[in-house]
Design a protein around this ligand. Structure first.
Ligand code: UDP
Ligand code: MG
Length: 341
């Protein structure tokens, strides 16, 4: 069998601090993979700029112009980690046999990609990178992340424990991914749904070397909530059973109150009345809110908006550097069609 063409997709959002390190490390790895004949020399690194506000895109593009191994994709605005990743996967699948996705901060052990390739050669279509332990994460990050997985599982979302978005997918797995047309793309939940032969590879996760996490608690909660409401109706069922339980309890209470009335003692307290008003009111609001959340999701899905828009794709758009008045390289810019002939 000839060597597979590999593309490593790296979503980047405001990653200027870490990018020089990431370029060096990934280039080293790819070159050695090519030299060892594990992957084809047509393999590439694809950096996706997710509408960064810092120098990220300029850095990527300078790298693209310097080095043939590096490709860049610029999205028109920030669309979030999952959609940026999807943009990268969709672009990469046109030119590769297998695709590895990894975060720009390289907290995941890039050496494991070697094992990914081996598994791919053994015939696996999806290889999940799974973290062995979380020693290097802060206590807070560790517990919230752990809680996240347990909670998701309870809520009926079948995700691989301790697996983030570090994985290898074969070309055909990525092609199938395209058929999941939902707007709320939660890749960790969707990839297992594709099926095919899959396996996991275990590694230690490192600390972020530079820059800061783009997933503070607020985003993590939003991520979990989105994941749950896009994947399961457990919360709605829960609210339904809550409603049923309170309905039957109030029937019992009504029975009790009536009997009190008939046997002469009607001095029922204000407390119990006001408590039940608040209780039922609260329950109703929660239920309506939750139902609304799902309706909102349906609303979004029916609109079928594009999940991301590509601004510049270095695979297809030829680029050159703009030279400023001092003769220095400035921002990369797009060539007009007339300039390319
Ligand atoms: N990221 C992105 N768009 C965003 C937020 C994050 O492309 O809106 C990228 C980010 O550059 C990184 C990856 O997603 O490569 C994971 O983010 P981060 O490392 O901050 O998350 P954590 O590892 O802390 O969960
Ligand atoms: Mg990270």
């Amino acid at each position: 069998m000839s060597e597979p063409i590999l593309t490593v997709v790296v979503p980047c959002y405001n990653e200027e601090d870490i990018l020089p390190y990431t370029f060096t490390k990934l280039k080293e790895l790819l070159i050695s993979l090519i030299n060892e004949s594990l992957v084809s020399d047509r393999s590439r690194l694809l950096f996706v700029d997710d509408g960064s506000k810092d120098q990220t895109w300029n850095m990527i593009y300078k790298e693209v112009l310097k080095n043939d191994l590096i490709k860049g994709l610029k999205l028109s605005r920030n669309v979030g980690h999952q959609n940026a990743l999807l943009a990268g996967l969709n672009t990469a699948k046109e030119v590769s046999d297998c695709i590895v996705s990894i975060d720009a901060d390289l907290q995941d052990d890039i050496e494991v990609i070697r094992e990914f390739i081996q598994k791919y050669q053994e015939g696996y279509d999806v290889v999940y990178g799974v973290r062995k332990k979380r020693d290097t994460d802060t206590f807070f990050k560790k517990t919230t992340a752990q809680g996240f997985y347990t909670f998701m599982k309870k809520m009926g979302v079948d995700i691989i424990y301790n697996h983030a978005d570090f994985r290898l997918m074969s070309n055909r797995a990525v092609k199938e991914l395209e058929r999941f047309e939902e707007v709320n793309m939660f890749l960790r939940g969707i990839v297992p749904l594709i099926g095919f032969k899959s396996t996991s590879v275990y590694y230690d996760r490192k600390e972020r070397l530079a820059g800061e996490t783009k997933y503070p608690l607020k985003k993590m909660i939003a991520f979990a909530f989105d994941g749950i409401t896009s994947f399961s109706i457990t919360p709605i069922r829960f609210v339904l059973s809550l409603g049923l339980i309170s309905f039957f309890t109030s029937m019992l209470f009504a029975f009790y109150f009536l009997s009190l009335k008939f046997f002469g003692n009607t001095e029922l307290g204000w407390t119990s009345l006001i408590t039940s008003i608040w209780l039922i009111g609260g329950l109703q609001l929660t239920a309506i809110g939750l139902v609304g959340e799902y309706i909102g999701k349906i609303y979004k899905e029916t609109k079928q908006r594009p999940k991301y828009i590509v601004d510049i794709d270095s695979f297809t758009v030829p680029m050159k550097m703009l030279i400023n008045s001092e003769g220095e390289e400035n921002e990369p810019y797009r060539l007009e069609l007339s300039e390319t002939h």
